[in-house]
Design a binder for this molecule. Structure first.
Ligand code: PXP
Length: 400
């Protein structure tokens, strides 16, 4: 089910992002209530579309798009008699003509291709601008409406990448000297495209320390997200520091890293008080929770602005079945939180393999990733490690 793309043209002068077109077509099919159907999209050159134009429409020269609805009348195979085939048909587009039109209209090739796919799909669904002026107008309005909805849909918002630089401080502290400096690392992350910097000021100061948060507050150009336990000393520091947001996490001295999410449901009073204190200081609060309905509801009830969904179990899963199960928990919790009006972030354990699926969830606004990026930076450099992750997040999350 879905859109199946075939490239039948020389791609040496442009790069077609098939995944992007596939996601946009899937979205268009969903809007037109045919998400459970198949459609084939063939991208050809002018020569091939000219031949088809001549053969099937008796017209000379190339055109931008042709649609051929699937006809059950011509299908005599046994299979079509036994099962209902959900075939819409074929959309054939000349990339050469689309490219010329894109230049004239000053839009990107992919945006022009999206428009032509929309046009072709509407033809397959029975609309025809050649039947009458009224139908031409109606089809044009439908196209415009679909494209504008696609541009403004929640799926068209890019997921942001915030980078946790705690482990730069871990390496520094291993030697007890001043290098590598998480403040310099944060600047490199921002220059490479990070949308925010995250640091966890732990009670035991095992990595990030008071000097780091002070300097980071002065130098971060994007957004500073201070992770912290809801304890008195750190709350005081946060209120003075005024980061852009804080993420409240459970903190145990013995743990290697934050192990599970907050039990919000079990400590509503204490957390609600911290949220109120932060609110008064103009600091948004996120609660780091396991992807469970009970925790989402509790976070909403006590007035959090954000939740950060714990992706650790999804990342640590050792079988595909378990990973799928954990992914579904995250997707469901994100949807529930989003529908309640909470803003949704996610993080913990995400790496270069596991990030794309989470970034593709259109309910999720920001990912917080640390260890995998700092690890990769050891091999390829921090700038490149950030850019590679940003590309993954971008490719997965944006459909327009
Ligand atoms: N989000 C939270 C709440 C965390 O505690 C951490 C770990 O510091 C992260 C995200 C980032 O996790 P990782 O370093 O595994 O990417």
């Amino acid at each position: 089910m879905g859109a199946h793309f075939t490239l039948h043209c020389d791609t040496s002068s442009f790069r077609i992002n098939e995944k992007l077109l596939q996601r946009r077509t899937a979205w268009l099919m969903l809007q037109n209530h045919v998400a459970d159907h198949d459609v084939s999209v063939l991208l050809v050159d002018d020569e091939e579309i000219s031949w088809l134009n001549n053969q099937y429409r008796n017209k000379q020269g190339p055109t931008n798009v042709l649609s051929f609805p699937f006809s059950h009348e011509n299908d005599h195979s046994d299979i079509s008699h036994t099962i209902a085939l959900k075939e819409l048909g074929d959309i054939i587009i000349s990339v050469e003509t689309a490219q010329e039109e894109a230049c004239k209209l000053k839009v990107s090739l992919h945006d022009r291709l999206t428009w032509l796919i929309t046009h072709g799909l509407l033809h397959l669904l029975g609309h025809d601008h050649e039947r009458s002026e009224n139908e031409a107008l109606a089809m044009w309005e439908l196209e415009k409406d679909l494209i504008s909805k696609l541009q403004n849909s929640r799926s068209s918002q890019m997921t942001h990448l915030a980078i946790n630089v705690d482990h730069v401080a871990t390496v520094r502290n291993a030697r007890g000297i001043t290098e590598p400096d998480p403040v310099a690392a944060a600047a490199i992350c921002e220059l490479a495209g990070a949308a925010g910097i995250v640091v966890h000021l732990r009670e035991d100061r095992r990595h990030i320390n008071d000097r780091d948060v002070r300097l980071l507050r002065e130098t971060i150009k994007t957004r500073m997200n201070l992770e912290m336990g809801a304890n008195k000393e750190i709350i005081e520091i946060a209120l003075n520091l005024k980061p852009d947001m804080v993420t409240l996490v459970p903190e145990k001295r013995q743990e290697l890293t934050t192990e599970g999410g907050l039990n919000v449901a079990g400590q509503k009073k204490k957390l609600a008080k911290t949220i109120q204190q932060m609110d008064k200081a103009g600091i948004s609060v996120s609660l780091f929770i396991d992807p469970e309905a009970k925790q989402v509801k509790a976070a909403h009830a006590i007035g959090a602005t954000y939740v950060e969904l714990h992706t650790g179990r999804y990342c640590d899963a050792t079988t595909e079945t378990d990973r799928e199960k954990e992914y579904q928990f995250i997707a469901a919790a994100a949807e529930e939180a989003y529908q309640m009006g909470l803003r949704v972030n996610a993080g913990h354990g995400l790496d270069y393999q596991t990030t794309a699926r989470i970034a593709a969830l259109d309910t999720i606004e920001e990912l917080s990733i640390g260890h995998a990026i700092i690890t990769r930076a050891v091999y390829v450099g921090l700038d490149q490690a950030v850019r590679e992750m940003k590309q993954i997040v971008r490719d997965a999350s944006i459909i327009y």
